[in-house]
Structure formats: C-alpha cells, structure tokens
Design a protein. Structure first.
Length: 174
C-alpha cells in the first residue's frame, strides 16, 4: 500500500507566486531520503488564511487519505501566523510533545526558537505536524521527531512507514 503524505506550504507570498516555495520541496526531499516504503506526496501551497488552512487540512486528511500531513509556515507570533490555530481546530487529539521536541531542537541553533508555536495533532487517520518555514529548520525539526512518526501512524491504524535506519531509525516498542 502506498502511503499518501500531505505537504502543505502556508505562505502568502509563495501562494501568490511572489517567490518560489522551497519549504514544501524540502519536506518532500527529506521524505524521499528517510522513507524506504512506498509513498506519494500530495502537495499544496496556500495563503495564511485560517479557514483555508482548515479546509485544506480536512481535504488532505479526509478526502485524499493522507496518513501524515506536514505543514510549513505560519507558526510564528505574527498576526497572520495561524497554522497552529487551524491545526487545533481540525484535530480531535493534540500531540504537544512534537512541538516541545522541535522547539528544544531548534534552540540548539537559534534563541528565537522560543517564538515558534509548532504543534501536532490527530485527525482521523492522519497525523498533522506543523513545521517551521525555513528549509534548514524543517530538516532539524523533522529529523528530531521522525523516529516517533511511524509508530504514531501505526497507532492510528495508518499504513506502515519504513525508514532507512542509517538515516533515521524509527522506534517501535517491543
């Protein structure tokens, strides 16, 4: 079974074509590097609008059947940064440990990591993970939490994600 992975770039400027989306492709490249099981990207680039983010997360989870949705952008303190609020609005269970670990990892590189409001949550059979907007930060954060992602997907009855243990060893108890 091919796992579908949603990659959602949330950026007013990238969605308007003012600049090239580099964050979404960074997530996709990391997935290609880490995952050995079959997967397919379902990518979207949208503006920082809470109802649009909510609608797109619902579409990716419920209609597209993505088991994992990685968002990038909209996690800071600026007025238009509403990704965590949209994520919380569509999830039935929040997974705050993801945001805690990502901030802890980012603090090794920049003191402004405390300004990040990244979170994660479950919607049906999908794990939604909010990532920062910068490609280097995306890699640092995703590599920090990815060992727990395949087991989380197992627990919500999603497809089995296998990783290349030389790059990222997925943890499954037992």
């Amino acid at each position: 079974m091919t796992a579908k992975i949603g990659i959602l770039t949330i950026s007013d400027r990238a969605s308007a074509g003012i600049y090239e989306d580099k964050s979404g492709p960074a997530i996709s490249a990391l997935m290609a590097e880490v995952l050995t099981s079959s997967w397919q990207a379902v990518a979207r680039v949208i503006a920082d609008e809470q109802d649009l983010i909510e609608k797109t997360l619902i579409e990716l989870a419920d209609k597209e059947g993505c088991c994992l949705i990685c968002t990038t952008g909209g996690t800071g303190p600026a007025k238009r940064d509403v990704t965590p609020e949209a994520t919380e609005a569509v999830c039935t269970k929040m997974m705050p440990g993801f945001g805690e670990l990502m901030r802890q990892e980012s603090l090794k590189y920049v003191p402004t990591a405390i300004l990040s409001r990244q979170t994660a949550g479950i919607r049906g059979g999908a794990l939604i993970v909010n990532l920062p907007g910068k490609p280097a930060s995306i890699r640092q954060c995703l590599m920090a939490v990815f060992p727990a992602i395949p087991y989380c997907i197992d627990l919500i009855e999603g497809p089995r994600l296998e990783t290349d243990p030389a790059i990222c060893k997925a943890f499954r108890p037992g």
